[in-house]
Ligand binder design. Structure first.
Ligand code: SF4
Length: 344
């Protein structure tokens, strides 16, 4: 094949970086096994690497032995799951992305004010399950414009919220239909679609018209990866291929190939895909927007690391360190944090 056009931004977002680094810290602080409720992020390589480090992923908090350390995934957990986790585990660190927490908050506030909340999301996705569990009686899930039409009439006030990782096109059609059907609908000042999702889709659109095929790197259960696939198809890319790894690439790609990666896909996978494609005329990166967002580690983890550092200083009779533990967190990438840990 001739050339690769590489979208930027692509791959890890601030929420995924935060969650991976937080679980890496749990692996440093505790003897294995550390438990994690749901996949920490939806990427096979990342999950497999944590398994090698002794992390056990569970889909039910009841599977966690009493007193074990537990992390809750980036997608956000139902309030009763968080409560059960706190009852059961010795230490619970909630690595929910702050942008998902924002939607949980909107859900709670609107439900408490008596609104019926139409939630645009994917049935069965962990983020949707966790968000709807905040106000199960108030919420109506829709996945399409047809499902907005099929809703029963709603008495009283109506709000519209969304899963953070929808494609913009998917969201806007449903939003317009909901506005037509429920005039006066309340929506947050900024839509719930997160910056990372929006930026990755914008970068993909910027290259879509130039390529003979688009390769989207990411796992099939990653909602924002699937959204990228949809955006590529809607933009008219002649062929769209979602791959978990370079090994899944077909042999017959030709001409110009676009490459991007979902928010939970490590840059390592991008490098492997580029090496496998090995374009004759090289790789052109198309940079659409800078991403400066940074999410600090979860509060429970900061408290924990501080307590461990204080105890360690006291054990050797040293004064407490003047430097804050995790002070260099912003500079350290998730890939680096993972690589620094040796498999058990
Ligand atoms: S895709 Fe958006 S909502 Fe999801 S973890 Fe990343 S920043 Fe947070």
């Amino acid at each position: 094949m001739e050339r690769v056009v590489l979208a930027r931004p692509r791959g890890f977002c601030a929420g995924v970086e935060m969650a991976i680094k937080a679980l890496a810290w749990m692996c440093r602080l505790f003897e294995p096994p550390v438990y994690c409720y749901h996949e920490i992020v939806h990427n096979q390589l990342v999950v497999d690497r944590f398994r090698e480090l002794g992390v056990v992923f569970v889909d039910d908090v009841a599977e966690v032995p009493e007193g074990a350390p537990l992390m809750l995934s980036a997608h956000g957990s139902a309030p009763e799951v968080v409560a059960d986790a706190r009852d059961r585990a010795s230490v619970v660190v909630n690595a929910v992305c702050p942008l998902v927490t924002k939607v949980h908050h909107e859900m709670k506030v609107r439900a408490n004010k008596g609104y019926t909340v139409i939630y645009v999301g994917h049935a069965g996705h962990e983020e949707a399950i966790g968000t709807m569990a905040v106000a199960p009686k108030a919420v109506r899930l829709v996945e399409s414009e047809a499902e907005v039409d099929a809703l029963d009439d709603i008495e009283g006030e109506v709000a519209l919220l969304a899963q953070t990782t929808l494609s913009h096109d998917e969201w806007s059609g449903i939003m317009e239909r909901a506005r037509d059907r429920f005039p006066g609908l309340w929506m947050p000042g900024r839509a719930d679609l997160c910056f990372a999702t929006t930026n990755r889709q914008a970068a993909l659109k910027a290259i879509a018209g130039r390529v003979d095929a688009m390769v989207v790197i990411g796992s099939a259960n990653s909602s924002n990866t699937v959204a990228l696939e949809k955006v590529a198809r809607a933009a008219g890319c002649p062929a769209v291929l979602r791959v978990d790894s370079a090994a899944e690439l077909p042999e017959d790609l030709f001409g110009t190939v676009g490459v991007t990666a979902g928010a939970s896909a490590p840059e390592e996978l991008v490098r492997q895909v580029l090496a496998r494609l090995h374009p004759r005329s090289g790789v052109e990166e198309v940079h659409v927007v800078d991403e400066e967002e940074y999410f600090p580690p979860p509060r429970e983890l900061r408290d924990l690391v501080r307590a461990v550092a204080t105890a360690a200083s006291a054990a050797v009779g040293a004064p407490p360190s003047a430097t804050q533990p995790l002070a260099d967190d912003r500079e350290m990438g998730a890939t680096e944090a993972l690589d620094a840990l040796a498999p058990i």
